[in-house]
Design a protein around this ligand. Structure first.
Ligand SMILES: *Cc1c(COP(=O)(O)O)cnc(C)c1O
Length: 455
């Protein structure tokens, strides 16, 4: 843990406190011996975690917050602002408006209505709640690789939900989508730019033309993948999907996924500020395009952590969302790390890779074994073996159709069949530098199990 973080925090805390120096002093509960003992206990208990911040943690979608986010959040905690209303947090509300505007600007929207939320799920709920009011009674459609919460959110909202099959690369199947649009009552299509399991990117650029023909809303769920719009090294096909984002009706992006923020920071953006009228409210809708919008009146959630907005704002000042900037380079480095790991896996006789390289920074692979069942067992042992050697991967049960059709020769190709895969989300900019370490440990974990394979 860096000492400069705590030094900076104590200096800036003094500066913040100076703002209330004119008030009579008052006392806060002392942190005596009992508190110290409890906090030591907390430190001990918190050791029971995977080392999420370390580059050898290359498993689930977890990225440590930037130290400036941590410092800004901690500083704001001494005020504990509530961004429900200006009464609860004037400065942090202003910072939220600026931080959300930076997100909208990243997607090239000249105007927007939006705010931060506790996370992507709540942000998606808001997007679909608005969509449901504008397309009453019509269904929400999302691919079978979309986040699992979309069908649940639809059921909470009382809206019908339709699943669109994905192709063998986990992207929404356009033929299936068009079939659904033609035969069913689809009001909104959820287009996922970066699926949570494998980082596949739905072809938004090819879904847009269908909108003219069938008229439906497009909600982009970019909770995980949205920031990749800043990366310069995406494949042309992935780039085309990201370049179409400005045409979406709404966007969800989670600063607590790739935006270096502590948990509790999602966001929802609407392209048309007039949707603000749908939030229960007395003012005429023009109010919502004025500068004085009151965040509590355009959010389904009431109390929200002003500290989240402060942390995001501070991080954006240090690492602005500029193509070619340090923040963008971090995403490029994650994508490069994923491509490199995929390449090495593809060259190894021990593993099976999907035919196409990763679109973003999630890599998944299967273990080369005669059957999907044997492969699944081996994936589990490699996962355990690697963890013993401090390399933390993830496991994911994925359709066998994501692998080349001859991967398991004896198994007839069944679309529903699944295999347990190893999976790595290489979200940290350091992962590229650490790739040799990851690779060595992965090989060491795999060798005792794979060397006996007859093939
Ligand atoms: C993570 C994720 C969500 C859910 O967001 P939370 O912040 O975990 O609530 C929704 N959609 C996608 C694509 C995600 O990756």
């Amino acid at each position: 843990m860096s000492d400069d973080l705590f030094q900076l925090l104590s200096d800036t805390q003094r500066r913040l406190d100076a703002g209330s120096a004119h008030l009579p002093s008052y006392s806060t509960p002392p942190l005596g011996e009992p508190a110290s003992a409890i906090l030591h206990q907390v430190a001990d208990r918190l050791q029971d975690n995977y080392p999420y911040a370390h580059p050898l943690y290359a498993g689930q979608m977890l990225k440590p917050p930037h130290p400036i986010a941590r410092a800004a959040y901690a500083l704001a905690m001494s005020v504990n602002p509530n961004n429900h209303a200006l009464d609860g947090g004037r400065a942090s509300s202003a910072m939220e408006i600026e931080a959300v505007a930076a997100l909208a600007k990243m997607f090239h929207w000249p105007q927007h209505l939006g705010h931060l939320s506790s996370g992507g799920t709540f942000a998606n709920l808001e997007a679909l709640w608005v969509a449901g009011q504008l397309m009453p009674g019509k269904a929400i459609a999302a691919s079978d690789q979309a986040h699992y919460t979309h069908s649940r959110i639809s059921s909470v909202l009382g809206l019908p939900f339709a699943t669109v099959p994905s192709d063998d690369r986990g992207r929404m199947d356009l033929t299936a989508l068009e079939h659904l649009l033609a035969t069913q009552n689809i009001g909104t299509v959820v287009v996922t730019l970066g699926t949570t399991a494998i980082g596949s990117v739905d072809p938004l650029d090819q879904i847009l033309p269908l909108q003219k023909k069938y008229s439906f809303r497009i909600h982009v769920d970019a909770a995980y993948g949205g920031y990749f719009t800043l990366a310069s090294n995406l494949s042309p096909e992935t780039r085309a999907a990201f370049d179409a984002i400005p045409h979406a009706d709404s966007i969800v992006i989670d600063p607590h996924k790739h935006g270096l923020q502590p948990y509790g920071c999602g966001s929802i953006l609407f392209r048309d500020p007039a949707v603000g009228r749908l939030y229960k409210h007395d003012s005429p809708y023009t109010y919502f395009s004025s500068k004085d919008l009151h965040l509590g009146e355009i959010s389904l959630e009431c109390s929200r952590a002003g500290a989240s907005a402060v942390a995001l704002w501070a991080t954006q000042q240090l690492l602005p969302y500029t193509p070619g900037g340090t923040f963008a380079q971090g995403l490029e480095s994650s994508h490069a790390a994923a491509l490199e790991l995929h390449r090495r896996l593809g060259e190894s006789a021990h593993f099976l890779t999907p035919f196409n390289p990763p679109q973003l920074d999630i890599v998944f692979w299967a273990v080369n074994a005669p059957t999907p069942e044997a492969s699944s067992d081996r994936a589990q042992s490699i996962f355990d073996e690697a963890a013993k050697n401090n390399l933390h991967l993830a496991l994911a049960k994925l359709p066998t159709r994501f692998f080349p059709h001859d991967a398991w020769e004896d198994t007839p190709h069944q679309t529903q069949k699944k295999v347990t895969c190893l999976r790595s989300v290489l979200m940290k900019p350091e992962h590229l530098l650490w790739l040799d370490h990851l690779w060595q440990r992965l090989q060491a974990a795999a060798l005792p199990h794979v060397s006996s394979i007859p093939r």
